[in-house]
Ligand binder design. Structure first.
Ligand code: OOG
Ligand code: MG
Length: 257
């Protein structure tokens, strides 16, 4: 049997992102399973590397119940971050460059010394140099922000842009810090880092394990997004967004009007 056309699907999703034009879901129609979907994601990354982007990290998706419930997919997933997706803290994005952008509050890790795949992380503080509040801007390339598990994996887990706030040394506990997402000074979402797999440190074990299955090894110097602690909210033109994580501070982003 001929497998799904990985390169063709990656091209469709890549063009959808480049032109901010939604496409219909394609996993069911093309027989894409989870493994093939990660192959599409790798081809999408290659398309970015071919035009000069650099791989700078990895993001986890659906590590919280709030996120799983919002999109109706209940498996932890991971995707790739490139330098072009990074927006400086306090920076501005053009919402017209995206299809239906949403923002969500996250915790970022700056990776340090990573164990080999299959080895336990050991001391989290050895593997992670610093932590920061972060905002992820997600933008599903599928119409109506609706997708199946292989669809969202193929679409690089809706990754579109991210902001990392000021780095801090790893605090003693990361497992129960209050998280707020504010839009124009009003609280839009409230949560806790406990929502992220019970403790965002677990997201790193999962990232090492799940990416390792596909031959991807995390690297020192990479940014690692542990996944959103709350549901995402639509990013409207002109909005000012802040993610506040207790003890870690604030990351912010503006949408041009
Ligand atoms: C999938 C990406 C999920 C997170 O933090 O849970 C994600 C989506 O919601 O479109 O980035
Ligand atoms: Mg996210």
């Amino acid at each position: 049997m001929i497998g799904p056309d990985t390169a063709g699907i990656a091209e469709r999703l890549g063009v959808a992102a480049d032109t901010a034009t939604a496409v219909p879901q394609l996993a069911a129609e093309t027989g894409l399973d989870v493994d093939a979907a990660y192959a599409v994601q790798t081809a999408l990354l290659q398309r970015r590397l071919d035009r000069g982007e650099r791989l700078v990290g990895l993001k986890m998706g659906l590590t919280s119940r709030a996120k799983m419930a919002q999109v109706g997919v209940d498996e932890v997933i991971w995707g790739r971050l490139t330098d072009v997706m990074r927006v400086p803290d306090g920076g501005t994005v053009d919402p017209a460059a995206f299809i239906h952008p949403r923002v969500e509050p996250e915790v970022a890790f700056l990776l340090d010394r990573l164990p080999d795949p299959g080895e336990p992380v050991g001391r989290f503080a050895d593997a992670v140099r610093a932590v920061a509040p972060a905002i992820e801007l997600i933008d599903s390339r599928y119409a109506n922000f609706t997708f199946s598990l292989p669809d969202v994996i193929a679409d690089n887990t809706s990754a579109a842009a991210f902001v990392v706030g000021p780095w801090s040394p790893v605090p003693d506990g990361l497992d129960n810090l209050g998280v707020l997402l504010e839009v124009d000074g009003r609280v839009a979402q409230v949560g806790s880092t406990a929502a992220i797999l019970g403790d965002p440190r677990r997201a790193l074990d999962e990232g090492i394990r799940l990416a390792g299955r596909h031959g991807v090894r995390l690297r020192g110097g990479w940014v690692f997004l542990a996944g959103a602690a709350t549901a995402a909210v639509p990013l409207r033109p002109g909005a000012h967004v802040r993610a506040v994580v207790e003890k870690l501070g604030t990351a912010s982003l503006r949408a041009a009007s």
